[in-house]
Design a protein around this ligand. Structure first.
Ligand code: RIB
Length: 321
């Protein structure tokens, strides 16, 4: 592959159209609520991660599947417009492009229901076609909206090729031990951490217990998000990043923004602690706008916040492993 085509980051993951409605409150089962705002946009954790990393200045390639429908074509055009290499995104003749229905209330609480469509048709052979891209990249970012066969093929290929593996284990599920062993950095939210470790994550202490569990099982470093902050743990130490009290419009895509920024900073050779601080600010910025795509910040926005606020969180050497 010519050097100019190399991506710093390859993202393997889901691509959706998001249909978002904001209303005064979220509907309870059997309930109908009249909302007041509608937004249609590019979404899916893979697509969000790819755009998020591109907006932060990385060269990014996406591996995924969309349908042969008009929505699939529109999403590909949008990804290209954001500077993402879509050469490894296939158009599937047998399935529709993925869809996610997002509901958001005025406090920024959300509910989501997705029909994955073509995302579920991603195969290990799609990963084989992208192997050169993955080997040439610095970081592979992968989530769990595509089948485990594809996830596993990508992670093991990257590990063998010396490409750093960042796993966003979303949506929540348990994972095979050999997959965890191949991961350099994992970033679960509280629900995902509980599905992986059985630890109910409520605060810093329980986040540490979940992170310790993941490290014992072979993961290189963990960033566990709890309701009041994120706990970063590796063999080098522990960092606690308290939740940033910002006016939140919508948390859709905040985890995607975090993982994209983490991947970018790691691809630039920063330490896990530095990368997590950068990602923490990017993720906070992402909650200030409605919709996953709209919230993904540009590089200068994240840098300005870091310059204004200074480094946060206290790094503790020698974590209690
Ligand atoms: O993480 C947010 C994303 O999850 C949305 O864009 C939606 O498509 C779902 O995949």
């Amino acid at each position: 592959m010519p050097v100019r085509e190399r991506a710093d980051i390859v993202v393997v993951g889901g691509i959706n159209t998001d249909f978002l409605v904001q209303g005064p409150r979220l509907p309870a089962p059997g309930d109908s609520v009249q909302g007041h705002l509608f937004l249609e946009s590019l979404g899916g954790k893979g697509a969000n991660g790819a755009v998020g990393a591109a907006r932060l200045g990385a060269r990014v390639a996406l591996v995924g599947r969309v349908g042969m429908d008009a929505r699939g074509l529109a999403l590909l055009e949008q990804l290209e417009g954001e500077g993402v290499d879509i050469g490894a995104v296939a158009r599937d003749p047998t399935a529709m492009t993925g869809v996610a229905l997002e509901m958001v209330d005025e406090e920024g609480q959300r509910q989501s229901l997705a029909a994955p469509g073509a995302n579920l048709c991603l195969k290990p052979s799609d990963i084989m076609s992208a192997e050169e891209r993955i080997s040439a990249a610095r970081v592979l970012l992968v989530q769990l909206e595509v089948p485990m066969g594809a996830v596993s093929a990508a992670v093991h290929h990257a590990r063998a090729a010396g490409t750093h593996v960042v796993l966003d284990p979303a949506p929540a599920m348990s994972l095979p031990e050999d997959l965890l062993e191949a991961v350099h950095v994992i970033r679960p939210n509280a629900e995902e951490a509980e599905a992986l470790t059985g630890v109910e994550v409520r605060d810093r202490d329980s986040a540490r217990r979940a992170a310790e569990n993941l490290l014992r099982r072979g993961v290189g470093g963990a960033v566990v998000a709890s309701p009041d902050g994120s706990l970063v743990l590796s063999s080098e130490g522990e960092l606690w990043l308290p939740d940033l009290s910002l006016e939140r419009a919508d948390t859709t895509g905040a985890g995607d923004a975090f993982c994209a920024a983490l991947a970018v900073a790691l691809a630039e050779g920063r330490s896990l602690a530095e990368a997590a601080r950068f990602a923490h600010e990017a993720s906070a910025l992402a909650t200030m706008r409605l919709g996953a795509l709209a919230g993904l910040p540009m590089r200068d926005q994240v840098e300005s916040r870091l310059a204004l606020l200074g480094p946060r969180g206290l790094w503790t050497e020698s974590a209690p492993l």
